[in-house]
Write a protein that binds this ligand. Structure first.
Ligand code: GLN
Length: 282
């Protein structure tokens, strides 16, 4: 079978499930991942005959796409802040809104100075690793309750050639009097069970619920626990940065008590949704 026929094979199998543009995008991503061919090369080499293994790879990918498995899990990686990250079902796929959170943090930090950063609920390690990469003088710590997620995060730190100290612990019972940092950052689970119906099957059926969902009656559980951690582990004048649930922005803001925190600022993402908050420890 020729490369161009493989494209038609994927189109015929996925039509009705995805738009034509999405199918084309999948085809080019699969070619890039499996054949190391960029889009331009795929067009130039469309008459090339593909091996039976390549056909099998596309056939298997097609079956997974029919189950709405995210393309990032199928190819096993994604790009985030210009870096490549290994991803599988143990970790959430890094989102563009989290890139915005990192941008906000970097705006404020003087990269020439030594700084200590703790990322809570690191998942794939995307926040911790991007910060370590962009801030060569930073000492970065990253915590997660999931040993599976940490195994992926460690691979990502190695692949991106950065040093991160990983801590396997639950934020709900982690206690450490010795680690005092300049910045704490977290993108904890914040989607309420009641919001599930608005979510698409590629997220709902494949991404780790542990990293996404919180109970309707206590949706800010992780924010409260992290704010308590800040009272012990965040330096005076240090900053806490959170990614937040757009529908709970004011409730999240009100968790910061005035005796322990100074300026508290909400920030919108590119879709004008309240998506980030930061506060200064005082
Ligand atoms: N932004 C993610 C989503 O909407 C959720 C991330 C999280 O729960 N921390 O799928």
């Amino acid at each position: 079978m020729q490369l161009k026929s493989l494209h038609v094979f994927l189109k015929n199998g996925l039509i009705g499930y995805y738009s034509k543009d999405e199918i084309d995008a999948f085809f080019y991503r699969l070619c890039d991942a499996h054949l190391k061919l960029k889009r331009i090369d795929v067009s130039l080499k469309s008459d090339t005959v593909v091996s039976p293994q390549t056909f099998e790879y596309f056939e298997e990918s097609l079956q997974r796409l029919l189950k709405y498995e995210p393309i990032q899990y199928i190819i096993g990686s994604t790009s985030f802040c210009g870096l490549d990250f290994i991803v599988d079902e143990k970790v959430l796929i890094p989102r563009p809104e989290t890139e915005e959170l990192i941008g906000w943090i970097l705006e404020q930090i003087d990269s020439s100075k030594p700084i200590k950063i703790l990322d809570i609920g690191t998942g794939s390690g995307c926040i911790a690793i991007c910060l370590a990469k962009k801030l060569p003088n930073a000492e970065v710590y990253a915590m997660d309750v999931s040993s599976g997620a940490l195994s992926i995060a460690k691979l990502n730190a190695k692949a991106n050639q950065v040093e991160v100290t990983f801590i396997e612990a639950s934020v709900l019972d982690w206690k450490n009097q010795d680690l005092v940092v300049d910045v704490i950052v977290s993108n904890p689970p914040y989607v309420r069970e009641s919001e599930k119906e608005m979510m698409s099957p590629n997220v709902l059926d494949h991404e780790p619920h542990l990293a996404l969902f919180v109970e309707n009656n206590n949706p800010l559980l992780f924010y409260k626990a992290i704010i308590d951690i800040c009272k012990i582990n965040l330096k005076k004048d240090g900053f806490i940065y959170f990614e937040i649930n757009e529908y709970l922005a004011e409730d999240t803001k009100s968790l910061f008590s005035l005796d322990a925190f100074g300026t508290v600022q909400l920030k919108t993402d590119i879709f004008s949704k309240n998506r980030m908050i930061r506060a200064k420890r005082c």
